[in-house]
Design a binder for this molecule. Structure first.
Ligand SMILES: Nc1ncnc2c1ncn2[C@@H]1O[C@H](COP(=O)(O)OP(=O)(O)OP(=O)(O)O)[C@@H](O)[C@H]1O
Length: 423
């Protein structure tokens, strides 16, 4: 076994049935070959977004490769892009993969990880942004996260596996980030080591948080983390300094957050609540996932990893949404089905494995199920024409998931109890 294959095997992620998301690029080509060698059964999924001129050639490449490796390939043709094209593309491929059996493997490498962290460093404040992509988040696995792009390239060359180059990468932000990484020969390894340290430290710090503490008595680092915990899953990072300044001044005051939330500070203690008259729905978490919300078309993601999002009719939604785990007996009227159906049957139709079902957030509006990510949208909540919309994004938070898994090593984490989505 080559060194690369031995290292990936040692990671233990490539075992059992796997759906490989195959773009045709070197990383996912390398991943597919390793999956064939180490896991099984393997199926590949390629999404033809039809956006680049080379899309047809990419698809043909994936078809030829899969037939050479003896891997069944599913090709999905995407419709017209909506909103942020990257987020839309990601949603399309995960939604397609969710319908297939097995772990969903993507080809992110240590190089992608380093690029992601560098990008987040400049694009969004807060330490969560710097924790990087997790090796496992729900059904999604990243078996190549410890390999550099140089290593996946060498692997493909040695194994005689052709790949497709994405010419648009060089000119993109990604291309520029690559130039930054090229400044140091051990860039990816250094970022990976820093990430591992940050995650360990984050776990220690998280254990120190007391949401009832007087913020003015805490060291600044702990005060910031406390505010973050109190406001989660609201996007609070940009507002923490204002909240702490308010606490330091004493007395009472408030800071408004996007999504209709308000952080009130009273004698050093912060609380978060829905702003009176705010139109955006509030959400409470009931599963080990996160839902973020926005007003109108503004979408807002919280957590390390956006897994699915849905756009619903704001006029049909209650001002307060309950987000809870699935309960036996739950029924809904899914879009396009013309009748009511049990969630259990919908899970079976969508091939959602039993152990994953309790992880899915069920979004309930006035007693009616409005949305279950990756499963269904309620008929009456369908976003219409140009009416007001609410966009919900379900994100897994790597840090929270890892903590939870440490507390409860059972597959799938702890059962759906009164979890309020810790951070
Ligand atoms: N069109 C697609 N169809 C299926 N999966 C895809 C597609 N595009 C990307 N992916 C998956 O998402 C991962 C990350 O996407 P990204 O855009 O970083 O990859 P890429 O540069 O196009 O290709 P690669 O990572 O394979 O070299 C890929 O490794 C692959 O697993």
């Amino acid at each position: 076994m080559t060194d690369v294959a031995a290292r990936v095997a040692a990671g233990g992620l490539l075992a059992g049935p796997v759906v490989v998301l195959l773009s045709g690029g070197r990383d996912s080509v390398c991943l597919l070959d390793l999956a064939v060698r180490l896991a099984g059964p393997v199926v590949a999924l390629h999404v033809n977004y039809g956006l680049r001129e080379a899309a047809g050639a990419d698809e043909a490449h994936c078809r030829a490769l899969c037939s050479r490796l003896g891997v069944p390939l599913e090709v999905v043709r995407a419709g017209d892009p909506e909103g942020n094209v990257q987020a839309w593309a990601r949603e399309v491929r995960y939604a397609a993969a969710e319908r297939l059996e097995g772990a969903i493997a993507v080809g992110h490498t240590a190089t992608d990880q380093a690029e992601t962290v560098l990008y987040r460093l400049v694009a969004s404040p807060g330490r969560r942004a710097l924790l990087g992509m997790p090796a496992r988040a729900g059904r999604v696995i990243r078996p190549l996260l410890e390999l550099t792009r140089a290593e996946t390239t060498a692997y493909c060359e040695v194994r005689g596996l052709p790949w497709r180059e994405d010419a648009s990468n060089a000119a993109s932000a990604r291309g520029r980030l690559r130039e930054v990484l090229a400044l140091h020969p051990a860039a990816e390894a250094n970022v990976a080591r820093t990430l591992a340290q940050l995650r360990d430290e984050a776990a220690v710090l998280d254990a120190l948080i007391d949401v009832d503490a007087d913020l003015t008595t805490l060291p600044p680092a702990l005060a910031r983390l406390t505010v973050q915990r109190i406001a989660e899953p609201a996007p609070v990072a940009e507002h923490i300094d204002a909240i702490l300044a308010l606490a330091a001044r004493g007395g009472t005051g408030h800071v408004d957050l996007p999504g209709g939330l308000r952080v009130t500070v009273e004698y050093g203690r912060a609380r978060v609540a829905r702003r009176e008259g705010a139109v955006a729905p509030s959400v409470r978490l009931g599963v080990p996932g996160r839902v973020a919300w926005g007003e109108g078309e503004v979408s807002c993601e919280v957590g390390a990893f956006a897994i699915a999002d849905g756009t619903l009719d704001a006029a049909a939604l209650a001002a307060d949404l309950e987000v809870r785990p699935w309960r036996p007996g739950d029924r809904m009227r899914p879009l396009g089905l013309g009748g009511s159906k049990s969630l259990q049957d919908l899970f079976t139709d969508r091939k959602i494995p039993r152990e994953e079902r309790h992880r899915l957030p069920v979004v309930v509006s006035d007693g009616d199920i409005a949305w279950v990510p990756g499963v269904a949208t309620g008929e009456r909540f369908r976003a219409r024409g140009d009416g007001p919309r609410v966009r919900l994004t379900w994100c897994l938070d790597s840090a929270a998931d890892e903590r939870r898994d440490r507390r409860d090593p059972r597959p799938g984490g702890r059962p759906p109890a009164q979890d309020q989505g810790d951070g």
